[in-house]
Design a protein around this ligand. Structure first.
Ligand code: NAP
Length: 457
């Protein structure tokens, strides 16, 4: 039965809103609006689908929608900003799982499609299933449910064998019409295990890149299933997600100077392997001295990192910035593309605290300003300001573009102790003559600085 024109029109409208929403999300100024538009697009597309003639199991669909919406609403209200990566992982996994489930239902019905459609359905099923289990592992690791990376003795060989086996089974499913149910089950089992096995050895901190990759996979899977269902909204939404996920994955891999193959097949262990020994000592200062150095500076650049997110210190940091500005100090924020644990992590936190966008600068924009700045204040950042990335070829972060905080006249680092960053390597910056360490949790430390700034007037 043909889909009526008005349903197609509303699907088209939904797809248009997805694209406009994505465009909005490309800037922090319009991101909130973009998300709302994409949300309206989704509501329009879902409601329009109920008007497709001959629809069955409407009660089941409504029940699934109600349960799904309730779970998403409650978890969306409760989630902490620092737990956002795992939330993205699990929702992404659901998308991949849904695409695989659509294909499974189609196979079980034994529907007759042309070769191209069956092939796309099988490819969609494969990547959807891989993305489902892989995203579940990513969620478990980021949520702390799965604490250790698990690596098989011949991990890469096992990956290749499973990948080949799933392709062979997929080709067999395409060739046999209708396919044997056992063959279909075996195909899905191998694809699900492949997602698990590929993801298990990857460390928690590499997960955002992997989640982004799975996100791109899910988009493709949804797009392919949309082709099989003859549903343009699914095709467009899938392509949009697939393309943006691919670009984001590339951006993160580039910002870490690590090829994707390296992230997937030679994950960073975080145990500090590699890197030359660093000479010198770390020199301490107290909150009063830190406040005085910044209060009497003309220009301060703040470099936030993962530790600021963990400490939820963004509101205090903004309060401190406002006091410095009142005292006539020029303050800017320098954001590394992979500061924190997901792209845009710092931008979102600072925006949440009320920091205006025009004070936030990307790496390329701000790096030239460090030599003219009196104080670079590093709050819970480590790898993104590690100068060994420029010089030490044996370091796991060699080649990663960094913020040139070491070139500032003075550097103050707020962190709790001598802990390394995610890469596990020592930071040469902390041992330099112009650097002073302010040990403590970022939030109370920023609070102490605020008190001193207030006393100084
Ligand atoms: P980082 O290198 O992980 O360092 C964070 C630092 O914060 C640690 O050295 C830690 O030292 C300190 N810290 C932790 N809790 C703190 C607290 N409560 N108060 C104060 N300090 C605290 O962080 P980063 O410089 O932001 O770099 C991000 C890293 O993640 C990069 O290596 C990047 O490649 C990786 N990564 C990022 C993404 C992404 O998309 N953003 C994706 C994948 C990987 P103490 O323990 O001594 O306090």
């Amino acid at each position: 039965m043909d889909t009526p024109f008005y349903v197609q029109f509303f699907w088209f409208l939904g797809a248009l809103l997805f694209i406009l929403g994505l465009k909005g999300m490309s800037s922090p100024v319009t991101a909130r609006k973009g998300i709302v538009w994409a949300g309206y697009g989704m509501i329009i597309a879902v409601v329009a689908t109920f008007f497709v003639p001959g629809l069955q199991n409407i009660a089941l669909m409504v029940a699934a929608l109600l349960i799904g919406s309730a779970v998403a609403w409650i978890s969306g209200q409760k989630v902490q900003m620092t737990d956002m990566p795992q939330m993205v992982a699990i929702y992404n996994g659901m998308g991949g799982g849904a695409a695989a489930a659509i294909a499974a239902v189609e196979f079980s019905r034994g529907g007759h499609h042309d070769l191209a459609t069956t092939t796309l359905t099988v490819i969609g099923a494969l990547i959807g299933a891989v993305s489902f289990t892989g995203s579940c592992v990513a969620f478990a690791k980021l949520q702390g449910i799965m604490k250790k990376a698990f690596r098989l003795p011949a991990q890469n060989t096992v990956n290749v064998v499973l990948a080949l086996l799933s392709v062979v089974l997929g080709v067999a499913v395409i060739g046999m019409s209708p396919a044997d149910p056992m063959l279909i089950v075996l195909f899905f089992v191998v694809a699900l295990v492949l997602g698990l096995i590929v993801t298990l050895p990857i460390g928690g901190a590499d997960m955002p890149v992997v989640i982004s990759l799975f996100n791109a996979f899910t988009g493709l899977a949804v797009g392919f299933e949309g082709y099989m269902q003859n549903n343009p909204t699914l095709i467009i939404a899938g392509i949009v997600v697939g393309a943006s996920g691919t670009l984001l994955t590339q951006l993160m891999a580039k910002a870490m100077n690590r090829p994707l193959t390296n992230i997937l097949f030679s994950p960073i262990t975080g145990n500090g392997e590699g890197g030359q020994a660093i000479e010198g000592t770390m020199k301490e200062l107290n909150a009063l001295d830190a406040a005085a150095m910044m209060r009497y500076a003309s220009k301060v650049i703040i470099v936030p990192g993962y530790g600021m997110a963990v400490a939820h210190a963004q509101h205090k940091v903004w309060e401190m910035t406002a006091l410095l500005e009142e005292a006539g100090v020029e303050v800017k924020f320098a954001i590394h593309p992979v500061a924190g644990r997901m792209p845009g992590h710092m931008n979102v936190l600072l925006a949440e605290a009320g920091v205006p966008y025009d004070k936030i600068y990307d790496l390329e924009e701000i790096n030239g300003e460090f030599p003219q700045c009196d104080v670079a204040l590093i709050i819970g950042a480590n790898d993104v300001v590690n100068p060994t990335a420029r010089t030490d070829k044996s370091s796991p972060i060699y080649g990663m573009p960094i913020l040139d905080a070491d070139m500032a006249q003075n550097v103050i680092v707020i962190k709790r102790g001598k802990g390394t960053g995610y890469s596990g390597v020592e930071n040469a910056l902390f041992y330099t003559d112009n650097c002073r360490m302010l040990y403590g949790d970022a939030q109370p430390m920023a609070g102490e600085i605020i008190q001193h700034l207030k006393t100084m007037g």
